[in-house]
Structures are given as structure tokens and as C-alpha cells.
Ligand binder design. Structure first.
Ligand code: PMP
Length: 433
């Protein structure tokens, strides 16, 4: 009995969850498969802190994978959501807040002339591809190795082996004939890009890219890569799709496209624009977006798209970001933290590469620079797993995988960062043993 009582509630819940939910979770990374151990079940969150069902508190560097740029439950968002709930949670008919959020998105992203809300990032990228194919009357798609654009069939594709450019399914259930229509290139490889377009330019409907990669861990575009990509798409009549589900409103008010001065044809958004509620959006050039129903022949729809609760959260969050842009402060906090982490790793003789852009960062346990997926996967994932658990013991929650971005929010105050740094220092020291 005594023994039973000492089992953490999270472990007990995970045991039960596995009888009901596939793998005990509703999204695979949450299962801690990459780091081992039992996932924490979270009871509540506030500011930069998560609290699990056992009452343990953690400084959160996941932030729900990006949306929580002002920390958990910022009062303006919570109040807006409460007010909306009082007057209705879903209408299946237009509401004013969809229009207000769309206006703010367009103001921040001048490349977006018309847009459509969805309920997830996956739907946004899936639909963007459909409209790109319809607009160009071409079939083939190009994506980059290590990118994640959600789980639609055309995008669950990995690079084929050897000299073949054909993609292969990266998930069971994705038909090969479909995967063959998606070509996968190494990130930051201008030569491979040029080569593919020389051979296949007229067949390529679109190139979809995370302009700053977050899904192989943070990897920056190398100098000139995005400009070259823009030019080559234009030259060959292929559409350029920026998947800014993660970077939109995260790296700056205008996302990565403002940061790098690029005007993509289409943009996908998610996460922050829903203020922590399920959301996505895709939009771009008017002549392309006019192809979407009801204006055009590309079918796309959603019962909960533009949901009033999600829109009120998004509206409150975007309004805050507009009124008091947090980006300079976030960049400074993150830079200082990253400098500290580099020093700490060096003192303990642990080779790391810390990639950081704005408030996103990844600590790669790797002694060479990480500029693409191949280099990212050369990292020591066993060491990352140990580091992750050492941090957890010390009250810091980092992403449960080497190949994910960590996120800093405005709730990561100097005091919070100070506490986190002590934990990071302890975890690096523990890795020496
Ligand atoms: N694109 C990117 C760049 C993402 O990071 C994600 C999710 N992490 C998606 C698309 C898919 O979004 P969702 O999980 O909302 O379907």
C-alpha cells in the first residue's frame, strides 16, 4: 500500500491512459519516446510555470510548442475567452472576431491579401498545397528534409535514397504514388535546389519551407538561401509557401518573412494566432486565394474554422503583441540565456551547438555546426535524453526530443531565468558523471 501511494500520479494516469488513448497520448511527442520515462500529466499552468498532477512545478520552455509567447494564461487572453464563452462558443456562421483577426494578420503580413482560417496547422498546409496545385495546374511539391508541416499525406514524405529525387512515405499508410509527387531536398542546399529546378522546374507546383526550421530543432536559413529560393520559384512559375505556423508572430510581428525581407506567394499560420486554442490559417496573393471556395473551384471547409473562442483568444493575443511588441526583449532574454548555456557547456567540456533565432533555441549535443537535417541527426540523442531528465529533476521542462525548438516567453522574467540557469548549470555538471 505504502509502495502504491509513492507512485506518482502522472505514472498512474499514464498507465490508465494507455488503455484508452493510443500510446496514452493524443500527439506522439508527448509520450516521451525520444527521452524515455513517463510523461508528466499537467494540471495547470501560469506564466512560465507548469504544474503537474503531483504538484511539481517546472519552468516551461515548451510553451505548448509555441503559442504561449506571453506565458500561460495572460490576463487579456483569459478575460477575452471568458467573455466570449458567456455569449456563445460556436455558431457555424460568420462572427466579427474572425474579421478582426484577419485584419491584424494582414497588417502584420503584407504578403497576405486574402486568407482562410482553419482549425490546425496541418489543415493550413494541406489546403495551401491544394490551392497551389490548382493555381499552377502542376502536381509536384518540394519540401525540405527535417521539416514538419503537419500530417497530411503529401507532406509525410522523406527523401528517397541515392540519386532519386522521388520522396518516400515517412509514415505507413501514405501511398507511394502520392509520396513520389513530393520531392525532398536538404535544407540550405542551394545546389540541390538549382539542380532539381533545372531538371523539373515546369512540374513543380510549389516549394513549402519553414523559413526558420523548428522541427529538426532550430536551424537557420544560411545567408541568401531564402532569397535564392524566392528567385528560383519565380523564374520557374512555382509558388513559394512559407510555413510560418511556428515562426508567425513568434520571430516578430511579421514573422520570418519580415525578418528576412521575403514575400512568399502563400503563408501558413497557426499556434500564436489562436492564443492557445486550436487554429490555423493560410493566405497570400489574392489571385491565388480567389481559387478557394466559395469564390473558386478549390474545396476547403471547417465546422470549427474561425471558431469564436479561438478567435477571441487570438484577437486578444495579437492585439497585445501589436500594442507592446515583446520581440526585442525576447531576443535579449534568449541571447543571454543561450550565452550562459554555451559557457556552462564549455566549462563542463560538453560539446554543444546552440542554434537560436529570436525566442526559439535548441541545444544540440553535437561538436559541429547544425545547418541541415543530416547534421542535426548527428547529435547525441542519448545525451540529450539524460540532460532532459536532469533538468526535469531540477524543475525545468525542455522539449522531450533533441529535434524540437525550445521557446522563451515574456513570462520568463529575470528571476525565472536565474532559477532556470541554476538548473541548467546543475544538469550540465551532472552530464560529466
Ligand atoms: N507546420 C509547422 C511548422 C509546425 O511546427 C506544425 C506543428 N508543430 C504544423 C505545421 C502542424 O500544426 P498542427 O499541429 O496545428 O496541425
Amino acid at each position: 500500500m505504502e509502495k502504491l501511494r509513492s507512485i506518482p500520479k502522472s505514472s498512474k494516469l499514464f498507465d490508465v491512459a494507455q488503455h484508452h488513448l493510443v500510446g496514452g497520448v493524443n500527439s506522439p511527442v508527448r509520450a516521451f519516446g525520444a527521452v524515455g520515462g513517463t510523461p508528466l500529466f499537467i494540471a495547470k499552468a501560469r506564466g512560465a510555470t507548469l504544474e503537474d498532477v503531483d504538484g511539481h512545478q517546472y519552468i516551461d520552455f515548451v510553451g505548448s510548442w509555441g503559442p504561449m509567447i506571453l506565458g500561460h494564461n495572460p490576463p487579456s487572453v483569459t478575460d477575452a475567452v471568458k467573455k466570449q464563452i458567456e455569449v456563445g462558443t460556436s455558431f457555424g456562421a460568420p462572427c466579427e472576431k474572425e474579421v478582426l483577426v484577419a485584419e491584424l494578420i494582414k497588417e502584420a503580413f503584407p504578403s497576405i491579401e486574402l486568407l482562410r482560417m482553419t482549425s490546425s496547422g496541418t489543415e493550413a498546409t494541406m489546403s495551401a498545397l491544394r490551392v497551389a496545385r490548382a493555381h499552377t495546374r502542376r502536381v509536384r511539391i518540394v519540401k525540405f528534409e527535417g521539416a514538419y508541416h503537419g500530417h497530411s499525406d503529401s507532406l509525410l514524405v522523406a527523401a528517397g535514397s541515392g540519386a532519386t529525387t522521388f520522396g518516400v512515405p515517412s509514415s505507413a499508410g501514405v501511398p507511394e504514388f502520392l509520396a513520389q509527387n513530393t520531392w525532398v531536398l536538404p535544407y540550405n542546399d542551394t545546389e540541390a535546389l538549382d539542380d532539381l529546378f533545372v531538371k523539373q522546374g515546369p512540374n513543380i507546383a510549389a516549394v513549402i519551407i519553414e523559413p526558420v526550421s523548428g522541427n529538426m530543432g532550430v536551424v537557420k536559413p544560411t545567408e541568401g538561401f531564402l532569397k535564392m529560393l524566392t528567385a528560383i520559384c519565380k523564374r520557374h512559375g512555382a509558388l513559394l509557401i512559407f510555413d510560418e505556423v511556428m515562426t508567425g508572430f513568434r520571430l516578430g510581428w511579421g514573422g520570418a518573412q519580415a525578418m528576412f525581407g521575403i514575400k512568399p506567394d502563400l503563408t501558413c499560420l497557426g499556434k500564436i494566432i489562436g492564443g492557445g486554442f486550436p487554429v490555423g490559417a493560410f493566405g497570400g496573393r489574392k489571385d491565388i486565394m480567389e481559387k478557394v471556395a466559395p469564390l473558386g473551384p478549390v474545396y476547403q471547409a471547417g465546422t470549427l474554422s474561425g471558431n469564436p473562442v479561438a478567435m477571441s483568444a487570438g484577437l486578444a493575443l495579437l492585439s497585445e503583441l501589436k500594442k507592446t511588441p515583446p520581440y526585442a526583449q525576447l531576443e535579449q532574454t534568449t541571447s543571454e540565456l543561450v550565452d550562459f548555456l554555451r559557457d556552462c557547456a564549455a566549462k563542463n567540456k560538453i560539446p554543444v551547438q546552440i542554434n537560436h533565432v529570436g525566442s526559439m533555441f535548441t541545444i544540440f549535443f553535437n561538436d559541429s555546426p547544425v545547418r541541415n537535417y543530416l547534421e542535426a541527426t548527428a547529435s547525441d540523442t542519448t545525451r540529450y535524453a539524460r540532460f532532459f531528465h536532469e533538468l526535469l529533476k531540477r524543475g525545468v521542462y525542455l522539449p522531450p526530443s533533441q529535434f524540437e525548438a525550445a521557446f522563451v516567453s515574456t513570462a520568463h522574467s529575470p528571476t525565472v531565468i536565474d532559477t532556470a540557469e541554476k538548473a541548467f548549470a546543475g544538469a550540465f555538471q551532472a552530464l560529466r558523471k
